[in-house]
Design a protein around this ligand. Structure first.
Ligand SMILES: Cc1cc2nc3c(=O)[nH]c(=O)nc-3n(C[C@H](O)[C@H](O)[C@H](O)COP(=O)(O)OP(=O)(O)OC[C@H]3O[C@@H](n4cnc5c(N)ncnc54)[C@H](O)[C@@H]3O)c2cc1C
Length: 381
């Protein structure tokens, strides 16, 4: 698999690529105040937020390279506003707060996070194609306005324009955040925990034991470790993406459901939901159907070559909402998991929630029960 086939790594500088393999196999601090397990965007953002909040020494460990999980295979789109049509309010609120935090990181980090401001255009193939629930920032487009913005479409249709959304190369964002972290060990897997008096006292790893003050698990899906009595239902949903060769068309932003144009003129498209497909390999028929859809919407792309194709798995819970919570029954451990299709977007706000919770010892008033780890075991109703 497969996230290795993604476009993102090839866009990095040599220095950024080196950061993704930082501290391979070497644990620089065996008694950190905070141990973060998992080096996807959630773990890296959380470690950065804890360090920024002055919570003492912070160590991040990651089984592979940073960004080897869903993060390195995601599309990197940061588009909260259109989700008002589809997602529950607390989730969209988290997403919007998180885009603000992404912008803040872009301003604050010495070299930013590589955030690109971009408009979102949704095409409605028939009148009334969008639900009545109207996000405040939307501008409705008549067919001739859509034709002006996206001149190469196969047929005229109405649309919706939402300005000032964003995107990142997810691996660049990981590398920029991780470069500033005090201690990172890649190639180190957490394997066991020892619990005493309601606290994790030791985390066993493939490179020996760590005795952390507090632990945050950001392992994509909930962590499965010997000695950790954690049962949260979770699954994963595969998705395919591809990047074409340089296209003979110009798109004005993220054009849904067509494509997003990258800086060099290639088109990023796909983002399928391949429910039930557990095979980690790219499926040629799925890639073929993505290209057929692209050519149907933009006939000028017919016959265009494919430069990159890959797939990865979205970590998920049954209600498709994340968990951001203390590990039930433990005083010094937290987890965040199941960020499904918006984990890259949600990372900075999630990290801020966790850092504040660890710092104050108080659970947040918001988002409260929405992200609880125990919501799946409550009786319905
Ligand atoms: C096709 C596709 C398109 C997507 N597009 C977008 C998008 O446009 N925008 C968006 O916001 N989101 C998108 N997503 C979703 C997003 O990629 C995920 O929600 C997000 O990357 C999850 O981040 P994470 O850090 O929680 O998990 P991961 O990136 O999976 O990171 C978890 C890390 O923990 C490590 N780990 C696990 N267990 C251990 C252990 N025991 N010890 C040490 N390390 C461990 C893993 O190796 C992994 O690197 C997309 C996903 C897919 C599949």
């Amino acid at each position: 698999m497969t996230v290795d086939g993604a476009v993102w790594r090839d866009q990095l500088t040599a220095d950024e690529r080196a950061v993704l393999g930082r501290g391979h196999g070497f644990i620089p601090d065996r008694r950190p105040d905070i141990l973060v397990v998992g080096g996807g965007i959630m773990g890296v953002a959380t470690a950065a937020a804890c360090a920024e909040a002055g919570l003492g020494s912070v160590l991040l460990i990651e089984t592979g390279r940073l960004g080897t999980g869903a993060t390195g295979g995601g599309a990197g789109l940061l588009v909260p506003e259109p989700h008002r049509w589809s997602d529950p309010e607390p989730l969209v609120d988290l997403e919007e707060a998180s885009l603000e935090r992404w912008r803040e990181l872009e301003r604050r980090l010495p070299h930013g996070v590589g955030l690109i401001d971009i408009d979102w255009i949704g095409l409605a193939p028939h009148p009334g194609g969008f639900a009545a629930h109207q996000p405040p920032a939307v501008e409705w487009l008549a067919p001739d306005q859509v034709d002006q913005l996206v001149p190469n479409l196969a047929r005229s249709m109405e649309g919706a324009l939402i300005r000032h959304q964003a995107r990142v190369n997810p691996l660049r964002a990981v590398a920029r955040l991780a470069a500033a972290l005090p201690a990172v060990a890649t190639g180190v897997a957490a394997t066991t925990v020892t619990i005493r008096g309601g606290r994790i006292v030791t985390v066993g790893t493939s490179a020996g034991d760590i005795e952390p003050g507090r632990v945050v698990f950001a392992t994509g899906q909930p962590p499965v470790l010997d000695g950790l009595p954690l049962k949260i239902p979770s699954d994963r949903v595969k998705g395919h993406l591809l990047v074409t060769d340089v296209a003979p068309v110009r798109l004005p932003g993220i054009v849904v459901p067509v494509a997003t144009q990258l800086e060099d003129g290639r088109l990023l498209t796909g983002g399928t939901f391949d429910i039930g497909d557990e095979d980690p390999a790219v499926q040629p028929d799925v890639i073929g159907s993505i290209m057929d859809g692209l050519a149907a919407a933009l006939p000028a792309t017919k016959g265009l070559g494919i430069a990159y194709q890959w797939c990865c798995f979205r970590p998920s819970h049954p209600d498709r909402r994340p968990v951001i919570d203390r590990v039930p029954g433990l005083d010094n451990a937290w987890l965040t998991s199941g960020h499904f299709r918006t984990g890259i977007l949600n990372a900075p706000a999630t990290a801020a929630v966790l850092a504040r919770w660890i710092s104050t010892g108080q659970p947040p008033q918001e988002p409260g029960a929405s992200w609880s780890a125990t919501r799946f075991s409550r009786p319905a109703g």
